[in-house]
Design a protein around this ligand. Structure first.
Ligand SMILES: CSCC[C@@H](NC(=O)CCC(=O)O)C(=O)O
Ligand SMILES: [Mg+2]
Length: 370
């Protein structure tokens, strides 16, 4: 197929509450939505996972906009009539890294391609479930009482797993209080690289709380440190920022730097690489789960399809739309009575974009030359 039209939409959506992590606090969600139309009239949508500032990873929205327009899209357009999702990664290979920008292009192409084939993401990726259990990510708070109230609210809403953001000074005590207040709920923590190997003895104090995992305790480029830490603590080490490809996953597993992987399609360049990571992990007996970047329904829908693959055996950060937004730009995703969310069954990402709502949150539209 050929790309007949493409545009970037810079979107800003207010969060229902500030979301604080070890690298900063978000009050709104800024993102870029890519809309693509093929010569057959199929519309492909994708949502960028990058943040407004390069603090989660080296990518950020202005950089994505620039590298996509100047270096990635021209390589895709050069494919002419031969554009397919499978050809995106090879066509963009000469450009180093920039996985969140590459994910945007590959996902929009895949959405358009699957819509033309009238195939859902779930069928294409090899999903085996119609619903996936929803976990939720809970930010760092100003006071313990606020944390306990937030966790109580999420448990009442039906979430089956709680993830607490931690950082030095906000770790042992919040976990201890949540464990004491709510008993043996499924509980894990995410440090977003906030610790060093010097903190190993301190982090070992989390072992008594029977956590599912500790996510990305050390720097994203410190696989050796994670392997060393994994020998010093009992809590399973899970990697997020460190894993940007199936090759990274194979290396980390071989080095015993992790025993769980958080898979985020936007971090690894798209759903095809996300599935490769799933396959490498499954071949090594390593469980994976679907992470999140506060996606709107445009990104949440395909994430749910991915989370339904057989190796995704732990609840993901695939929360309901209401976790972050009062109004989503698709029909809202909601938990059912079992704390699960239905995997979209329509062609492509399987949800319709609410164009008027999207227009209301759109700061500017950047037409792309194709
Ligand atoms: C702004 S923090 C985004 C990255 C973070 N994501 C989450 O905590 C889950 C966010 C979500 O529910 O989508 C992570 O490191 O896993
Ligand atoms: Mg994380």
């Amino acid at each position: 197929m050929r790309i007949a039209h493409a545009e970037l939409r810079w979107v800003r959506m207010p969060l229902v509450a500030p979301f604080r992590t070890s690298f900063g606090t978000s009050y709104d969600r800024d993102t870029i939505v890519l809309r693509m139309v093929t010569d057959e009239g199929a519309e492909g949508w994708a949502e960028c996972g990058a943040e407004i500032d390069p603090l989660y990873s080296e990518e950020w929205l202005d950089g994505v906009d620039l590298v996509l327009r100047d270096h990635l899209l021209p390589r895709l357009v050069a494919l002419g009539d031969e554009v397919t999702a499978a050809r995106v990664k090879p066509a963009l290979e000469p450009v180093k890294r920039h996985f969140m920008a590459k994910h945007l292009l590959e996902t929009a192409v895949l959405d358009a391609e699957l819509k033309s084939a009238r195939m859902p993401f779930a069928t294409y990726l090899g999903s085996v479930r119609e619903r996936v259990p929803a976990g939720v990510s809970v930010g760092i708070m100003d006071a313990h009482a606020d944390l306990l109230a937030a966790v109580a609210g999420y448990l009442d809403a039906g979430y089956v797993r709680i993830k607490l953001k931690i950082e030095p000074g906000w770790d042992i005590e919040p976990v201890r209080l949540v464990r004491k207040e709510f008993g043996d709920i499924q509980l894990q923590v995410d440090a977003n690289t906030a610790y060093t190997l010097m903190d190993a003895q301190h982090l070992a104090r989390l072992d008594e709380f029977g956590l599912l995992l500790i996510e990305q305790p050390l720097r994203e480029d410190d696989l050796r440190g994670h392997a060393e830490l994994a020998r010093l603590i009992r809590t399973p080490v899970c990697l997020d920022e460190s894993i940007t490809s199936a090759r990274d996953a194979a290396t980390a597993i071989a080095m015993r730097a992790c025993s769980v992987i958080n898979v985020k399609p936007s971090r690894v360049g798209g759903y095809l690489e996300a599935r490769r990571i799933h396959d490498v992990a499954a071949a090594n007996g390593i469980p994976v789960w679907c992470g999140g970047m506060l996606e709107t329904g445009i990104g949440r829908a395909p994430n749910l399809a991915l989370a339904a693959l057989p190796g995704f055996v732990l609840p993901g950060d695939t929360s309901a739309s209401a976790r972050y937004y009062t109004q989503d730009i698709t029909a809202p995703f909601e938990l059912d009575a079992d704390g699960c969310i239905a995997v979209p069954g329509g062609p492509g990402i399987g949800v319709d974009v609410l164009n008027e709502v999207l227009a209301g949150f759109t700061d500017r539209v950047v037409p792309l030359s194709v």
